[in-house]
Design a protein around this ligand. Structure first.
Ligand code: FE2
Ligand code: FE2
Length: 195
């Protein structure tokens, strides 16, 4: 089946993204109790879950800002590519079912890498362009970006899987590069504003 970008309301996109953040949080929370014997790991999962809660909160904040902005109605339509969402939703569904029983540390870390590698973050950050107020937008975006520095460390410490470690490092690399190019684009835009 071929997916094409479709037009959806901003409100609807925010709702979809919030649901995905909440379910990712639920998965990481399950790992908090499953890996309780390793305090360092348990703390890591708790931090991951808290990050997802933060992403959810940032989206809720954007939603209410848009609702209060007379220039930006929530029913305004934007182009939205559903492929990422469909893929992530089915992945999350399968992982949440799998995590109903205890999963190994390796498997849990692998799931986290799979989920964090999906491009939902990019989709959501792109969507933030609808927020015209720069200060607000910057703040929401900061909350939405997941700091994954500890993920590589945990993979290195708790698994001996070189493939998994490479994936974690690549993911981190991609994130750093994406952040850098976003910053560059922003300062270019700011320069254009000044001119
Ligand atoms: Fe997230
Ligand atoms: Fe995340």
């Amino acid at each position: 089946m071929r997916h094409a970008p479709k037009r959806t309301t901003i409100h609807e996109v925010l709702r979809i993204a919030m649901d995905l953040e909440k379910r990712t949080m639920a998965l990481y929370t399950a790992f908090v109790s499953q890996h309780a014997t390793e305090p360092e790991l348990q703390k890591f999962w708790l931090t991951m879950a808290r990050h997802e809660a933060g992403h959810f909160g940032a989206l809720a904040l954007v939603e209410s800002m848009i609702q209060n902005d007379p220039k930006l109605e929530v029913r305004r339509k934007v182009w939205f590519d559903e492929v990422t969402v469909v893929r992530l939703r089915s992945l999350l569904g399968a992982y949440l079912r799998e995590a109903q029983r205890p999963v190994t540390v390796e498997r849990a870390l692998e799931m986290a890498i799979d989920l964090e590698s999906s491009e939902l973050e990019d989709v959501v950050v792109d969507l933030m362009q609808v927020v015209k107020d720069t200060v607000w937008r910057e703040q929401a975006m900061q909350f939405l970006i997941h700091d994954l520095g500890d993920l590589s460390y945990m993979v290195e410490k708790f698994t001996r899987d070189p493939k998994l470690l490479r994936r974690a490092d690549d993911l981190l690399d991609r994130r750093v590069k994406a952040l850098r190019s976003r910053k560059e684009r922003r300062s270019e835009a700011a320069e254009l504003d000044v001119r």
